[in-house]
Write a new protein. Structure first.
Ligand SMILES: [Zn+2]
Length: 310
C-alpha cells in the first residue's frame, strides 16, 4: 500500500506522521512550532521530524508530503498570508525547502479545509459531497466542501466563517469585527466574558484569569454566572451554524476543536438552539455532529491532500 508524510502545523505545536492510504497512522512525532524563533528554524525542525517518522515507520514507498497548517495560506504554493498565530511567517513557504531536503512533492493546505476533506473520506460522513468542518477552539474557522471539492476562494482565504456577524454590537474578535461568531463564541470570547463579569463585581467562583476550560468547569459545578456565559456562547454558535446550514445546505456540519469537545456534555442544548434558528426544511432535525476523528483530523486531511496530488 502507498504511504505519504503528513504534518499539522498549529501556533503552538507541529506534528508529523507517516500515513498509509487506508488512513492508518504508522508513526507520529511532534515538536514545538515556536514561530518567534524564525521560519527557517521551524522548517528545519519539521524536516527533521519527517526524517524521524519515515525512519520509524520503515515505509518503503513514500510518495509525497501533505501539510495542514494554520493560515491564511495560499494553497497553490504554500505561501503564508499574514497568519495571526504564526507571526513573522508572512510571504514565506516551507514547500521548496522540504521538497529539496526530502526529495518529494509537497502540497500545503489550510488546516480546517483539509479537516473537512478528511471527514468526507475517512470520517463518520465518508462519501459526503457537501460538508462543513467547523473548528471551535481559541478561534473559529471552517473548511467547506462543495460537490466533493474544497472551496478555496480567489486567494485561498475562503472559510473564515468565524467572522459571520451573529451578535451585532457584541464582543469583538482579534481582527476587530463587532459581534462576529469568533468574538461571541470562541474560547477567547468565553475567557474575555469571564474577565468582564469578574471585573464588574458579580458573585462568581470565576477569576479574571479564567480560561474557557475553567468557565466550563465552573458551569458544571453550578456557578450560575459561568452557566450564563456558556449559554450565551451556545446561542451565538447556534446562530452561526443555522446560517451555514441555510447558505450551503450541507449533508453535515462536523464540529471539532477544544471548545466543541467541551460542548459534548451540552450537545442537546446546542442542537435545540440550532433547531430554533434553522429553516423549516430542518424541522425533522439538524445534521450537526461532533467529529469522530478527534485531533488527528488535520493530519489525516494533510495525508489525503498529498495522496490526491500523487
Ligand atoms: Zn471577527
Amino acid at each position: 500500500m502507498r504511504h505519504v508524510l503528513a504534518a499539522d502545523i498549529g501556533g503552538t505545536q507541529m506534528r508529523a506522521a507517516v500515513v498509509r492510504e487506508d488512513s492508518t497512522i504508522l508513526a507520529r512525532m511532534s515538536a514545538p512550532t515556536a514561530p518567534a524563533e524564525g521560519f527557517e528554524a521551524a522548517t528545519e525542525r519539521l524536516a527533521l521530524l519527517f526524517q524521524q517518522v519515515a525512519a520509524r515507520a520503515l515505509a518503503p514507498d513514500l510518495l509525497a508530503i501533505g501539510i495542514a497548517t494554520a493560515g491564511p495560506v495560499d494553497p497553490t504554493d504554500g505561501t503564508y498570508r499574514h497568519p495571526p498565530n504564526l507571526e513573522g511567517w508572512h510571504g514565506r513557504s516551507m514547500a521548496p525547502v522540504l521538497a529539496e531536503t526530502l526529495g518529494m512533492p509537497v502540497r500545503v493546505g489550510h488546516d480546517a479545509t483539509l479537516a473537512a476533506l478528511a471527514e468526507t473520506r475517512w470520517g463518520a460522513r465518508a462519501g459526503a459531497k457537501h460538508l462543513i468542518y467547523l473548528t471551535v477552539s481559541t478561534g473559529i474557522g471552517a473548511g467547506i466542501i462543495v460537490d466533493g471539492r474544497p472551496v478555496l476562494g480567489a486567494s485561498g482565504g475562503a472559510g473564515e466563517v468565524g467572522h459571520l456577524i451573529v451578535n451585532p454590537g457584541g464582543g469583538k474578535c482579534a481582527a476587530g469585527c463587532p459581534g462576529c461568531l469568533e468574538g461571541s463564541a470562541s474560547g477567547r470570547a468565553i475567557a474575555l466574558a469571564a474577565r468582564a463579569v469578574v471585573e464588574s463585581g458579580e458573585r462568581t467562583s470565576l477569576t479574571a484569569s479564567a480560561t474557557a476550560v475553567d468557565v466550563f468547569a465552573a458551569a458544571d459545578a453550578g456557578d450560575a454566572v459561568a452557566g450564563s456565559i456558556i449559554g450565551d456562547a451556545i446561542g451565538h454558535l447556534a446562530s452561526g451554524i443555522a446560517s451555514l446550514l441555510a447558505v450551503f445546505d450541507p449533508e453535515a456540519i462536523v464540529l471539532g476543536g477544544g471548545v466543541a469537545e467541551a460542548l459534548a456534555s451540552r450537545w442537546d442544548a446546542l442542537i435545540e438552539a440550532v433547531q430554533e434558528r434553522a429553516l423549516p426544511r430542518y424541522a425533522a432535525g439538524v445534521p450537526v455532529e461532533l467529529t469522530a476523528l478527534g485531533d488527528e483530523v488535520g493530519l489525516l486531511g494533510a495525508a489525503l491532500w498529498a495522496f490526491d496530488e500523487a
